[in-house]
Design a protein around this ligand. Structure first.
Ligand SMILES: Cc1ncc(C[n+]2csc(CCOP(=O)(O)OP(=O)(O)O)c2C)c(N)n1
Ligand SMILES: [Mg+2]
Length: 581
């Protein structure tokens, strides 16, 4: 039997699973794989990052857009530990990820050797599969098993490889199981539960559909169900983009990273049906007495965020189809009309700032420029902070674009690495990274990676010289601003010095110049927009309704947030009712 290097056999398995790119940074403990990546460069691409966290987040950014396994690696000790933050993002957002970890040679393991860590316990919490290979022969086998486990448990599979094993020759006889992989068959809903759900929904005066990432691929059916039930749709923030933003019954999201119609409609709904969402804050924006139907393929999620009246263990898409087939077209209600008018009112308000000339700039003109330049299948990788609120509100997603953020882990420093992963996977799609100044500085070193591989990512930084999201929390406590101010940095020049095309934007003219350049660039571009440090409208604590707040409170709120154009739910409802008289 012919022989093969054990690392070669391992990488062959990874290739057979369809992996095209591996992200990482070499070290002595990983030289066996680097050797193979060099030899196999025609079939697999190595993307060298400048920080292993960026490599892990690049793999995450790729997996979030492709839905397929992505691969990263870190060396023994510090390189491995650097991966952790990216791996936790994968854990929280349920992504299949393979992480390969270097280890000192077996002869030096367990001797407190240079850079040696007892690696398995470190990754125990983050991984769904976490093994150290014991013989060279195991390497292809264990990596194959790891990938199956990552898919099966939607998480991080981790394989630690002692250095000497990776260099050994083994018999070339392992065949990967990739060709047998089948997506799980998701459960059909029980017909009796569908009947029960329909009975509840048809009784409802104010039904609402709440979707999460578990509804990917069900766009048309969700929109049809909303029309049939005359129910507005909300999505969790990470599920933005499943429904195009111009659909009149899509309200956006509820919570803090949210929109006004999203928060208000959820608060006012008397019946909520959720599909494939584990949104952690569900209980905060609903009426206690609202009826709650939860549809999920994972029964461990039933009732963990909110009381549940009816739980359906089933695939979201199949359940939506069953509801559509069994249900009937319900009549138009005030609730349906107020949803549409609430969204219209919100959109008009947002639009009213798009041509705003204030300097430092407001964010709306910046997002207008982004929306205008975005191609029909653009990918948006969004960082964490006020910038997430802005992106959820102002990006106008169509039905082909992709939106991701660090969802339930919410790590800053996400956007640029995730954009590297997305651009590596989709060289012909336009890829954006949009960050705050705090998030940008957490992984900005990896602009060097985008330069090196000529990845034409359009990076937009919203510089408000603050950890704005936390500044708002300190204001709410209330407490003095403590540790949230950031020094102003010319990120454009810094990026230029690193080989990208950098711009500093202070005026609307600067904005136009930079975005014109962005439309033509063939390498990474960094647009540092100096924005006013103004808190985004806190929709989670709206003070607009005269039935609840004094005229003085409403005046102060509307003046602070220039919210005079926004009408509270009660007023919109009154208008709908009066128009029918
Ligand atoms: C790695 C990490 N550290 C801290 C936090 C807590 N946190 C959430 S948002 C935020 C501020 C973000 O600031 P910036 O990137 O400037 O965005 P802005 O809110 O100003 O738009 C912080 C510190 C976090 N989410 N992730
Ligand atoms: Mg900031």
């Amino acid at each position: 039997m012919s022989k093969i290097n054990a690392s070669d056999a391992m990488i062959k398995v990874i290739e057979e699973w369809g992996v095209k790119t591996i992200y990482g940074l070499p070290s002595g403990s990983f030289d066996f794989t680097m050797n193979v990546l060099h030899n196999r460069q025609d079939t697999i691409r190595f993307v060298q990052v400048r920080h292993e966290e960026a490599g892990a987040l690049a793999a995450v950014g790729e997996a979030k857009v492709t839905g397929k396994i992505a691969v990263t690696f870190g060396s023994a000790g510090p390189g491995a530990v650097h991966l952790l933050n990216g791996l936790y993002d994968a854990k929280h957002d349920g992504l299949p990820l393979l992480a390969l970890i270097g280890q000192v040679p077996t002869s030096n393991m367990n001797k407190s050797y240079f850079q040696e860590l007892n690696e398995n316990p470190i990754f125990e919490d983050v991984a769904v599969y976490n093994r150290t290979v014991m013989t060279a022969e195991q390497m292809p086998y264990v990596v194959d098993e790891a990938i199956r486990q990552a898919y099966a448990h939607k998480g991080v599979a981790l394989v630690t490889i002692p250095k000497d094993l990776g260099w050994q020759e083994i018999e070339d006889k392992y065949t990967s199981t990739a060709s047998h992989y089948q997506k799980p068959i998701l459960p059909e809903p029980s017909p009796s539960l569908v009947e029960k759900a329909l009975a509840i929904l048809q009784e409802a005066k104010r039904p609402l559909i709440y979707i999460g990432l578990g509804t990917k691929g069900a766009r048309q059916d969700i929109m049809a169900l909303a029309k049939q039930l005359k129910a507005p749709i909300l999505s969790s923030a990470p599920a933005k983009g499943i429904i195009p933003d111009n659909f009149d019954l899509y309200m956006g999201s509820a919570g803090r990273v949210a929109t006004k119609p999203g928060v208000e409609m959820l608060q006012e709904a008397d019946t909520i049906i959720t599909f494939g969402t584990d949104m952690p804050f569900q209980g905060l924006f609903t009426q206690e007495k609202a009826k709650y139907i939860q549809v999920d393929i994972d029964g461990t999620k039933f009732g963990r965020r909110h009381h549940v009246d009816l739980a359906i263990l089933a695939d979201a898409k199949k359940t939506i189809k069953a509801l559509l087939e069994k249900g009937e077209d319900l009549p138009i209600t005030d609730w349906y009309q107020v949803a549409i008018s609430n969204k219209k009112n919100w959109e008009q308000w947002v639009k009213s700032f798009e041509a705003d000339t204030q300097e430092p700039l407001r964010v709306e003109p910046v997002f207008k420029a982004i929306n205008d330049l975005a191609t029909k299948d653009a990918i948006f990788q969004i960082d964490v902070g006020n910038v997430t609120i802005d992106a959820v509100r102002y990006l106008k997603m169509n039905d082909q674009q992709a939106f991701t953020t660090s969802g339930w882990y919410a790590t800053m420093g996400y956007a640029l690495p995730a954009a590297i992963g997305a651009q590596a996977a989709f060289p012909n799609r336009q890829v954006w990274s949009i960050s705050g100044d705090g998030g940008w500085t957490m992984n900005m070193q990896d602009i060097a990676t985008a330069v090196k591989y000529k990845l034409p990512i359009i990076n937009v930084i919203l510089t408000n010289e603050s950890l704005g999201f936390i500044e708002a929390e300190q204001d709410d406590m209330p407490q003095p601003h403590s540790g949230i101010d950031l020094i102003d940095i010319n990120f454009g020049e810094a990026a230029t010095a690193m080989g990208a095309k950098g711009f500093e934007v202070r005026t609307r003219d600067d904005l136009e110049t930079a975005f014109k350049e962005a439309s033509q660039t063939d390498g990474p571009i960094v647009i540092d927009v100096k924005i006013a440090n103004e808190r985004p409208l806190p929709v989670e604590q709206l003070k607009l309704d005269p039935n609840t707040f004094s005229p003085e409170t409403i005046k102060s709120f509307t003046e602070t947030y220039k919210a005079q154009g926004l009408k509270p739910f009660s007023q919109l409802l009154k208008e709908v009712q009066e128009s029918q008289k």
